[in-house]
Structure formats: structure tokens, C-alpha cells
Design a protein around this ligand. Sequence first.
Ligand SMILES: CC(C)(COP(=O)(O)OP(=O)(O)OC[C@H]1O[C@@H](n2cnc3c(N)ncnc32)[C@H](O)[C@@H]1OP(=O)(O)O)[C@@H](O)C(=O)NCCC(=O)NCCS
Length: 140
Amino acid sequence: MNDIEFTDHISINDYLELRKTVDFKILSQRQAEIALKNYAFLIIAKRNEKVIGMTRLIFDGAYIAVFADVIVLPEYQGHSIGKTMIEKAIAYLKTNMANGEQILVMLMSAKGKEGFYEKFGFVKRPDETYGAGMSQWLLK
Ligand SMILES: CC(C)(COP(=O)(O)OP(=O)(O)OC[C@H]1O[C@@H](n2cnc3c(N)ncnc32)[C@H](O)[C@@H]1OP(=O)(O)O)[C@@H](O)C(=O)NCCC(=O)NCCS
């Protein structure tokens, strides 16, 4: 597929729709608006003006980076779109690093997607060195 365009703009509705398509947690309109204003790196994949994928990176500018919203629509999966977006995000991080520095890049893999991330050097936790990654959905 060589007619994919990459941009950094997505509407709130397209964002919510994309998340819904892959069964990600439903966000409120308010959360979606804030999320789309607060990121270090955002990449949107489009084909014929239709949004078909996205990836977002939260980064403190120093040493902690977190991937979020790594999505490719099911009918476009398996065409290296996810790979291109992850590689561009990692290239972005490298432009923000001085020689010799390290950044801890984190993510919570969806079930069954670990192998995708392993392609880019991510390792499953726990292992001999690290404890488990931990998370919770906090409800108010
Ligand atoms: C995970 C996801 C983003 C991958 O996107 P994609 O565009 O289909 O992946 P790509 O085609 O770029 O795949 C890149 C490589 O990863 C491999 N890969 C893709 N999904 C994989 C999986 N679930 N397990 C193991 N390897 C996988 C591909 O075979 C390919 O390998 P290659 O480079 O050796 O040929 C996509 O499946 C998706 O959006 N899933 C639903 C939402 C989701 O779960 N996102 C992850 C949230 S943490």
C-alpha cells in the first residue's frame, strides 16, 4: 500500500471512532479533546482522506516516553502502517536525545500484540531484571 499519507491532525470524532473500531475504552468528549492537545508526537495515517491509523507519544522531554493510541483499522492491518508509525515516533525521540543518553520508552501492550512491539526492541515484563508493568483504570 503506497498511497498512505501521514499527517499530525485528527478530528475528535475521528479519534473517538478509531478507538471504538478497535474496542479501546470509551473516552468522554472532554477526555478526547484534552488528549489531542497533550502529546509530544502524533502521527495519523490516512488513505484517500480517510483516517486509518494513529499513534501518539507522551514524553517528558527528558527520559520518560509512553506510547498511546497505537491503532490501525483492521482492514488496513498487516501493511506495515503500524511499523511506519512506531519507527517515526522512535525517530522523533532520537532527535530529542543527546549522544550517550537513554530514554525509557513504555507501553501497555494489548493482548496478543506483544510480538508486534518486540520487533522494535520492547521486552515483556516481568523478566530476570524487571518487575511487572502495572496499571489501573482510575474511576471517579
Ligand atoms: C498492533 C497494530 C497497531 C499493528 O499494526 P499493523 O499495521 O497491522 O502492523 P504492521 O503491518 O506494521 O506489522 C509490523 C510487523 O509486526 C508484525 N506483527 C503485527 N501484528 C503482530 C502481532 N499481533 N503479533 C506478532 N507480530 C505482529 C507483522 O507481521 C510485521 O512483521 P514484519 O515486519 O516482520 O513483516 C494493529 O494490529 C492494531 O491496530 N491492532 C488493534 C489495536 C491494538 O491492539 N493496538 C495496540 C494497542 S497496545
